[in-house]
Ligand binder design. Structure first.
Ligand SMILES: [Zn+2]
Ligand SMILES: [Zn+2]
Length: 392
């Protein structure tokens, strides 16, 4: 089998599918659905996969908008991860419409590689990346067990193949106090807002004594009803981030200490709950190098980058702890627009952005060819993964 010819053919398959893929991207972008409400997106993507010969299971891991599509038999299993949730109010300001289409394109084009070389392609529909860590839930349910590698490409304001990201967890906090007339009888009140303000001030003090890579951010979601009533109920939402699980465990304890201290000081009752944990992302360098070389050969050079920490979080981290994984970031916004902004949402709808992400899809499908054609590649990747995971 001529590997170069096979790679050229899978890339050509993506060019041939351009118009259909453009329709999918436009539909996703025009009807943004937030985390766990991606019903139209899941229906659109699974319908497309079924038509193209994939075996599809919908609603896996008790998540109605998650799915798995597979093509081929046996091993190895090369997986592509699709995301398709939008941001509240901002629409597709993280470009997940393009992530979905790139993984869809890569999976469809990889059919040719499976037909020629054997093995299996899997595409996972992974909902709720922005708010609930859908991949964390799917990882815990065993969805990613038995995969050999996982790939996903993310549009961005800059390009790099390697990236590691922070582990994070969302914290929801409530204080219950006692309402009273703010002027007539303040001595009868227990002030739930003061409890929150003291907590936030304690966290501000804590920030002086945490690692420079750690992050604590938050908002008050309920601050009381009226200025002449001592607030009887307040609520806040925070995100706490650190480089790995052990550091995050330790930081979470210190953050909770800020709230329990304020509860004691004010007499307000504290209730809190943690959300799904997004694990730290660990990129596989050997896999990243194959993707990088394929991008270069297509005439889309991107920086390999260094395997160092970027200060945000993704639930691809949870996959990367189980399976060798990469999440290359590919620049679609020549203006340097940042993700999670209205400008980026606009950029994610352009034909130019789609072409760039389909370039990344070609490189992912060509990487699948590398993995199916030469077992030495997978051996390298697995060797590195075992070594890295020992250190985590
Ligand atoms: Zn995002
Ligand atoms: Zn994103």
């Amino acid at each position: 089998m001529d590997i170069v010819a096979l790679k050229t053919a899978v890339a050509a398959d993506i060019d041939a599918g351009h118009d259909d893929l453009a329709v999918v991207s436009r539909k996703l972008h025009a009807h943004p659905e937030v985390a766990f409400e991606e019903r139209r997106a899941a229906a659109l993507l699974t319908g497309f996969l079924i038509k193209k010969g994939f075996a599809v299971e919908k609603g896996i891991c008790d998540l109605p908008t998650a799915f798995r599509g597979t093509y081929g038999k046996g091993t190895p299993v090369i997986a592509f991860l699709a995301e398709y949730d939008a941001l509240p109010k901002l629409g597709h300001a993280c470009g997940h419409n393009l992530i979905a289409v790139a993984s869809l394109a890569a999976a469809l084009a990889s059919r040719r590689a499976v037909d020629a070389l054997g093995g299996r392609i899997a595409i996972f529909g992974t909902p709720g990346e922005e708010l609930y860590g859908g991949k964390a839930i799917m990882a815990a349910a065993g969805a990613f067990d038995g995969l050999d590698v996982a790939m996903i490409a993310h549009p961005g304001g800059g390009s790099r193949v390697l990236m590691n990201t922070l582990a994070c967890e969302t914290l929801k906090v409530e204080f219950k106090g006692v309402a009273a007339h703010a002027a007539g009888a303040p001595e009868l009140g227990v002030n739930a807002l003061e409890a929150l303000i003291q907590s936030f001030n304690a966290i501000n003090s804590l920030r002086q004594h945490i690692r420079s890579s750690e992050r604590i951010s938050g908002i008050i979601t309920d601050g009381g009803e009226a200025a002449n009533i001592i607030p009887a109920y307040t609520a806040a939402e925070l995100i706490v981030r650190a480089e790995n699980d052990a550091l995050l465990d330790a930081l979470e304890k210190r953050v909770i200490g800020c709230f329990t201290g304020a509860a004691r000081a004010t007499g307000a009752k504290l209730k809190y709950s943690w959300g799904e944990r997004y694990a730290a992302m660990v990129s596989n360098v050997a896999l990243a190098k194959l993707f990088h070389e394929n991008m270069r050969s297509l005439g889309h050079p991107v920086d390999l980058g260094e395997n160092k920490m970027l200060y945000f979080s993704t639930d691809v981290g949870n996959v990367s702890q189980l399976v060798p994984a990469i999440q290359p970031m590919v620049s679609i916004a020549s203006s340097g627009a940042m993700i999670h902004t209205p400008r980026f949402a606009k950029a994610a709808a352009t034909p130019e952005a789609l072409l760039i992400m389909l370039g990344a899809a070609k490189a992912m499908a060509m990487t699948a060819v590398d993995l199916l054609a030469d077992p030495a590649n997978l051996k390298n990747i697995r060797g590195e993964f075992r070594k890295t995971m020992k250190g985590v």
